[in-house]
Write a protein that binds this ligand. Structure first.
Ligand SMILES: [Mg+2]
Length: 457
C-alpha cells in the first residue's frame, strides 16, 4: 500500500525521525514545519494522511486540524495528532477539533504503522466514493458535506457487546443521552444482532471469559452487511498486541480501560461522523447512477440505459442461439391529449401507461421510455409469436379501461400502437432489428392505430 503522508512538526529533528520510519515502509513523505504551510499542502491535494504535531508556535495543531476539518476541500483527509503529553484532555481536544486519531511521543513504531495504514485504507475508500460522486455533475460534494454536519445532531445507534454487567452499566451511564445504545452480553448473539440491525458503531469488549473478541471483529469485517460499520475495541491495559492485531483486522479505534467519558464520546462521534459521511457519499453515488439511467417521469429505464444494454442483450442472444424480441409502443394521438388536458394531464397518462406496461412484462424484460410517448420493451428468450401475444395483451389492457386523470378523475380513452420484431437467424444487427420494429410500428399506425403489427422473423 503506497500513500502520501504529510508530516507536520516545528522541530526538524522530529520531522526527520518520522520521515525515515515512513520511508522505510515505502510511504511517500511530504513535510511542513508550521500550520499555514501544512494547510496549503493539503489544499493542493494528494495528501492521504496528516501526522500533526500539537505544540507549534503561532498556530497550534488543534487550530490546524480545525481548519482542515472545516474546509470541504480538506475535511476528508485523516488527521493524526501527535502530542508529547499523554493527557486525556489533549486527546479530547484533538478529537473535538476533528482529529481522526492521535499518537503520543515517543511514537511507538507499530502503533504508527498500523494507525497510518488503517487510515490510508479508509481514505482510499472515501476517495473512490468522492471520485465517483464528483464525476457526475449533478452532485455537489460541498452541499453533501454541509448536510453531513447538519446530521451530526441525531443520536447514533450503537451496539455494545460486553458480557460484564458492571462495565455495561458504566458505559450505559456515560452514553445516556449521547447514543441510542443496544446491549448484547453474548458475542454470538451480538454478531447476529449487528448483522440484522443497521448500527452506526459497534463497541466490543475484549474481556470475554471464553471467547476471542478478535474473532468477532473479523467476522463483522467479512460480512457484507457489517463490512463498513465502525468497530471500537474496549481493551484492558497491557493488551497492546491484541489492539495491533485488531487494527490489522480492520477495527477503527480502541479505548483503554478505565474508560474516560469524554474520550469515549469524542471517539464515538468521530467514528459516527466518518460513517455518515461515507454513507452519504455511497448513497449519492447510487442515486446518481439511478438518476442517470432512469426516466424521471415514469420510473422506467431511459433511452441512455437502453442504448448501453440493448447491444449486450443482443450479443448474448446471438451467442447462445436464443431468441430475442423487441416491441416499440407509441400512444395514439398523444398530442391531442396534451392539447386538451395540458402537459400535466399528458404526464399522468404517461405514468399510468408505464404502470400498465410494467404490469404486463417480466422482470427480465427491459422496459424503457424511449422518448416522448414512445416506449421500448426488449424481451430476452422470447420468440416473435410470444412477443406478439404480449404486445396484444398490453394493447388490450390500455384500450379496455379509460385513464383517470386530474383532481376530478376525468376519464379519457387512450389507445396504443405496437410494432414487434425479433432477432433473425443468420446475420442481423441491433440497428436492423430496431429498424424492422419501427417499420412494424409505422404499419400499425398507418393501418388505423390501436393495433399490433409483428414483422415475422
Ligand atoms: Mg512541537
Amino acid at each position: 500500500m503506497t500513500a502520501r503522508i504529510l508530516v507536520v512538526d516545528d522541530i526538524p529533528a522530529n520531522v526527520r525521525l518520522l520521515e525515515v520510519r515512513l520511508l522505510a515502509e515505502y510511504f511517500e513523505v511530504l513535510t511542513a514545519s508550521n500550520g499555514p504551510d501544512a494547510i496549503e499542502t493539503c489544499e493542493n491535494g494528494k495528501v492521504d494522511v496528516v501526522l500533526l504535531d500539537v505544540m507549534m508556535p503561532d498556530m497550534d495543531g488543534f487550530e490546524v486540524c480545525r481548519r482542515l476539518k472545516s474546509d470541504p476541500a480538506t475535511s476528508h483527509i485523516p488527521v493524526v495528532m501527535i502530542t508529547a503529553l499523554d493527557q486525556v484532555s489533549d486527546r479530547v481536544r484533538g478529537l473535538e477539533a476533528g482529529a481522526d486519531d492521535f499518537l503520543t511521543k515517543p511514537v511507538n513504531d507499530l502503533q504508527l504503522m498500523t494507525r497510518v495504514k488503517s487510515l490510508v485504507r479508509l481514505k482510499s475508500l472515501t476517495d473512490e466514493l468522492r471520485l465517483r460522486a464528483s464525476t457526475t455533475r449533478n452532485i455537489g460534494i460541498e452541499e453533501l458535506l454541509s448536510r453531513n454536519f447538519a446530521a451530526e445532531d441525531t443520536m447514533p445507534k450503537v451496539l455494545l457487546i460486553d458480557e460484564r454487567k458492571t462495565s455495561v452499566e458504566r458505559i450505559q451511564k456515560m452514553l445516556r443521552d449521547r447514543a441510542d445504545l443496544d446491549i448484547s452480553s453474548d458475542p454470538h448473539a451480538g454478531f447476529f444482532q449487528a448483522a440484522e440491525t443497521s448500527y452506526e458503531c459497534v463497541m466490543i469488549s475484549t474481556a470475554f471469559a471464553d471467547f476471542d473478541p478478535l474473532r468477532l471483529c473479523s467476522q463483522l469485517r467479512s460480512l457484507d452487511r457489517t463490512r463498513f460499520v465502525p468497530i471500537i475495541l474496549l481493551a484492558e491495559e497491557g493488551e497492546e498486541e491484541r489492539i495491533i492485531r485488531g487494527l490489522e483486522l480492520g477495527i477503527n479505534d480502541y479505548l483503554m480501560r478505565p474508560i474516560d467519558q469524554q474520550e469515549l464520546t469524542a471517539r464515538l462521534r468521530t467514528q459516527v461522523r466518518r460513517k455518515r459521511y461515507n454513507d452519504q457519499l455511497r448513497a449519492s453515488v447510487t442515486q446518481t447512477i439511478e438518476m442517470a439511467v432512469t426516466d424521471g417521469l415514469t420510473g422506467l429505464h431511459n433511452r441512455r440505459y437502453l442504448d448501453s444494454h440493448l447491444q449486450t442483450l443482443f450479443d448474448r442472444a446471438v451467442a447462445r442461439r436464443r431468441p430475442l424480441s423487441v416491441m416499440i409502443t407509441d400512444l395514439d394521438r398523444f398530442k391531442a391529449i396534451n392539447d386538451t388536458h395540458g402537459h400535466d394531464g399528458g404526464d399522468e397518462v404517461l405514468r399510468e401507461f408505464a404502470r400498465r406496461l410494467r404490469k404486463n412484462v417480466r422482470g427480465i424484460d427491459l422496459a424503457c421510455r424511449f422518448g416522448g410517448e414512445e416506449f421500448v420493451v426488449v424481451m430476452p428468450d422470447t420468440e416473435g409469436a410470444v412477443a406478439e401475444k404480449v404486445a396484444e395483451r398490453i394493447r388490450a389492457e390500455i384500450a379496455q379501461a379509460p385513464f383517470a386523470i386530474g383532481q376530478d378523475g376525468t376519464k379519457i380513452e387512450v389507445t396504443v400502437s405496437v410494432g414487434v420484431s425479433s432477432v433473425l437467424k443468420g446475420v442481423d444487427t441491433v440497428a436492423a432489428l430496431m429498424k424492422r420494429t419501427d417499420l412494424a410500428l409505422y404499419e400499425a399506425k398507418s393501418g388505423g392505430r390501436n393495433r399490433v403489427v409483428a414483422k415475422a422473423a
